[in-house]
Design a protein around this ligand. Sequence first.
Ligand code: HEM
Length: 327
Amino acid sequence: MKFGHLALFVFLLHLGLSAIEPVTATTKNPADYLSFDYYLKTCPDAEGIIQQKVGAWIQKDFTLAPSLIRLHFHDCAVRGCDASILLNFKGSERASYVSSTLRGFQVIDEIKAALEKRCPRTVSCADILTAAARDATVFAGGPFWQVPFGRKDGRISIDKEAERVPQGHENVTTLINYFKTIGLDILDLVTLSGAHTIGRASCSTFLNRVYNFNGTKRPDPSLNTSYLNLLKRRCRRTTDLVYLDVITPRTFDTVYYTNLQKKVGLLTTDQELHSDQRTSPFVEAMASQPFLFQNQFLVSMVKLGNVQVLTRNGGEVRMNCNYVNHR
Ligand code: HEM
């Protein structure tokens, strides 16, 4: 095609598209305002500082890697990725009983303090948490992806709303519906659950499977017997912690999925992904194709990081991630 023809074609295409979709031109999705070069001029070292701090903490204590990834999920799962989970006051999401096992707050606080010194009032807590979750994934051996920036911090955080985050005993329909409300689909659900390839859960979150499944006073029949015995030994107290991936608990791999095939998934919500027809094809695919898992994980994490973001005047850049700014 000659250049003149090409230009005409592009022009007509543009006309055609604007005729079909007159609304989309004016109603931009907030995530469209995020960009990779958001801090390029205002805080070029931001990503480097975040990565350095996250690395230093994880080197001291590897268990912070999964905790940071989970903290990001719990942020985005309620009111979007607006750092509402970091607000620390009576009645906030963080103060809710269901948030009591969240960790990693001190990592974010330290990063924020360093960034306030380097470029005051510039880098939002929501962006810090998103980048920290990415870096934690990489340090644990997972994939790297570019994080688009420009999220603003919210001013609202309500303890009751934290209870919306799935807690491990839901059925697959509830999980699918919940993910749908935040704009994520079944593939995202199965892929992001793969984050349970690292990290731990408190015995209280699955003990019903061991002793009293669905009120039967018997163990969950879908539990592998030797795994069941192991869990009995590991859970002396409800607060004891057990690895979510019993085989390779510190490696970001697809063993989480092969565990489900062997009936050694820890949470009901993990194991059911393998037995439900809507999710099992994805579990099978991830179990047999590590490359697919790594690639889809980064795609789904970008989607998670874009959930209901606040941009431009929709929020603020907190000076301290624990508190909203004084007005
Ligand atoms: C599909 C619904 C999900 C359910 C029902 C669920 C449930 C849970 C539960 C019950 C725990 C253990 C909490 C505790 O006792 O301390 C946990 C831990 C964890 N979750 Fe999930 N989760 C889900 C999705 C996700 C997603 C989407 C991510 C991240 C992308 C994620 C990342 C993690 C990580 C990394 C841990 C380990 C945390 C640590 O070791 O500190 N989870 N999850």
